[in-house]
Design a protein around this ligand. Structure first.
Ligand code: SAM
Length: 261
């Protein structure tokens, strides 16, 4: 195992983070809701900007929320809270937040229509939504390369966990329709073309992508020898993407913005 630091979302998305931060344009007195906040880097950033306001991060993962609380407490942020909650159904205070933000935390809703209507209810009449989501799978080199190395095809059935589709909000017309039906207007899409970082070296990158559902589910289905061959192909792919400063893949995301109607 590599002695390098373990990769996490904050590391992976280091180039995306600044783009989202700028797009959010948070003002000092604003109340911000961070959907699918994970360990809360974006919530902490929001709390620092919204000095006279507040930031609430929600996530389905209890360990992530616990970690988020520890990181915020270490920074002594006083205007930040976290809830272990399902953003689709959580009874947020109504007409309360000025801004709902998300860094890749809104693509996994089982019922996106209900989820975005719930988020809309939590926003004030002049509220806004700023979220970062992946563009279509085929525009994302990282997933194309991983699928190729693991020999995942649409027909292979290894496209594990259909309900966890990171590309579910990739299609602008469909997302516009979804958000308008939930009570939003002026939906915009801005292309974000930044690479993702997978780790300082091949071992760190391999450990990180082992955690992806498509990788773990595929390797689980293979017998020992086939799984070893698949890992060897993954290593070769990672080697081809290793630079002096680590392992990087091209990626394409959208910043989606909308206003309450
Ligand atoms: C790709 S991670 C991104 C985490 C975080 N936003 C970041 O950028 O580090 C997606 C997150 O969305 C959370 N999530 C998925 N569905 C959710 C839901 N219905 N309600 C709240 N959080 C959810 C997951 O638990 C996960 O932490």
């Amino acid at each position: 195992m590599s002695t390098a630091t373990r990769t996490d979302f904050d590391a992976e998305l280091r180039r995306h983070n600044e783009v989202l931060r700028r797009a959010c344009g948070i003002q000092s007195g604003e109340h911000v809701l961070d959907i699918g906040c994970g360990t809360g880097q974006t919530t902490r950033q929001a709390a620092r900007k919204a000095r006279a306001g507040s930031a609430l991060g929600v996530d389905l993962s209890a360990p992530s929320i616990e970690h988020a609380r520890q990181l915020a407490s270490a920074e002594k942020l006083r205007n930040i809270t976290f809830e272990h909650a399902d953003a689709q159904t959580h009874p947020f205070p109504q007409d309360h937040f000025d801004l709902a933000i998300s860094r890749f935390g809104t693509m996994f809703f089982a019922d996106p229509a209900a989820a975005f209507a719930n988020i809309r209810r939590a926003l004030r009449p002049a509220g806004r939504l700023v979220m970062m989501v992946w563009q279509a799978r085929d525009h994302n080199e990282w997933i194309v390369a991983i699928r190729r190395a693991l020999e995942i095809t649409d027909a292979s059935g290894a496209d594990a966990a259909g309900e966890l589709n990171p590309f579910s909000l990739a299609d602008p017309p469909a997302v516009t329709e979804l958000l308008e039906a939930a009570g939003f207007a002026e939906v915009t899409f801005t292309d974000v073309h930044e690479p993702v970082y997978y780790g300082a070296d091949i071992a760190a990158a391999l450990a990180w992508i082992h955690g992806f559902t498509c990788t773990s589910e595929t390797l689980k289905r293979l017998d020992h020898a086939a799984a070893e061959r698949a890992v060897t192909r993954l290593r070769t792919t990672l080697a081809a993407h290793t630079r002096e400063d680590g392992v990087w893949f091209d990626s394409r995301a959208w910043i989606v913005t909308a206003r309450c109607r």
